[in-house]
Design a protein around this ligand. Structure first.
Ligand SMILES: [Zn+2]
Ligand SMILES: [Zn+2]
Ligand SMILES: [Zn+2]
Length: 287
């Protein structure tokens, strides 16, 4: 059995946007928890994290997951809603406490080393952050560069495949297929409609769970993000080509507030297409 947790499901605006006066944002501000979305990120429980947005510590606490169990951090790209080094700095006091506090007073579980995997820009930013704090603290973090379509073995049970996204022009953005035991998960944000090269690569998998970019909701899609209409088409194509299993789950994420209706309406629109409307703290179980 695998568990995959959506820690955040909002776009780069957050949901609602604190800076926006549109109806969707205004209603969401007055509304219940599922209408509040943090920046998008997810966890293959308990040890493989995808993306490290600035609000990750809050999202993790809200979803009741323990970040000290994370061994691998896969970063899709460097945009502000996907990668910040600030959450990594919180490791500092734990490591310091482990060294200095008497174990009889407060036994602390070991904080394992963490490997951060990403493109050249993420690598560079992470390395300069480690250099900056390195004179004072060893955060036990290593950095590894990814190349599209070159899988990395994370452990005996787990392989990560970096897939080319259709997203930004100034850096290489990745989507990920995670294989663990007999399961495969496709995490696909941020991206516009996938290239034929990507579909070709995906044909080797029989996927149990897809989590896909539906940023623009009811509005037209762009070449950097999809909308509700396109994820419907994506699900149909993946099913049709046998890439997504017949009983595979398909979940939408990365919602922008100004174009995506509130959660209960979104759920109604999507369930007719057999798509689950993602929300923060959603635990998806594969068995
Ligand atoms: Zn994003
Ligand atoms: Zn982005
Ligand atoms: Zn708005």
């Amino acid at each position: 059995m695998l568990r995959f947790v959506l820690l955040g499901t909002g776009s780069s605006d957050l949901y609602p946007s604190p800076w926006c006066g549109c109806d969707f944002c205004a209603h969401a501000r007055e509304s219940d928890e599922r209408n509040w979305r943090n920046f998008s990120c997810a966890l293959l429980y308990p040890d493989v994290l995808i993306d490290c947005p600035p609000d990750l510590p809050h999202s993790a606490l809200k979803a009741n997951v323990e970040l000290y169990k994370v061994r691998h951090l896969l970063v899709t790209h460097s945009h502000h809603d996907h990668f910040s080094t600030d959450p990594l700095l919180l490791r500092r006091s734990v490591l310091w406490a482990q060294k200095t506090l008497h174990k009889d007073v407060l036994p602390l579980p070991d904080l394992p080393p963490l490997t951060v995997y990403g493109n050249a820009k993420v690598n560079e930013r992470c390395k300069s952050f480690l250099k900056e704090v390195g004179s004072k603290y060893d955060l036990r973090i290593e950095v590894q560069k990814l190349k599209p379509f070159e899988p990395v073995k994370l452990d005996e049970r787990t392989k990560a495949h970096p897939i080319k996204a259709q997203h930004c022009r100034d850096e290489e953005a990745f989507l990920f297929v995670l294989e663990r035991d007999n399961f495969a998960i496709f995490y696909a944000t941020d991206t516009g409609w996938l290239s034929e090269e990507t579909f070709d690569y995906l044909r080797q998998f029989s996927i149990d769970l897809v989590v896909a970019d539906a940023t623009f909701g009811l509005a037209p899609s762009t070449d950097e993000h999809m909308n509700l209409e396109q994820i419907k088409e994506l699900r149909e194509r993946l099913l049709c080509e046998g890439i997504l299993k017949e009983d595979g789950k398909f979940v939408a994420t990365h919602f922008s507030p100004h174009w995506t209706p509130k959660h209960n309406l979104l759920t109604k629109v999507l369930e007719e297409q057999n798509i689950i409307a993602g929300y923060d703290g959603l635990w998806l179980v594969l068995a």
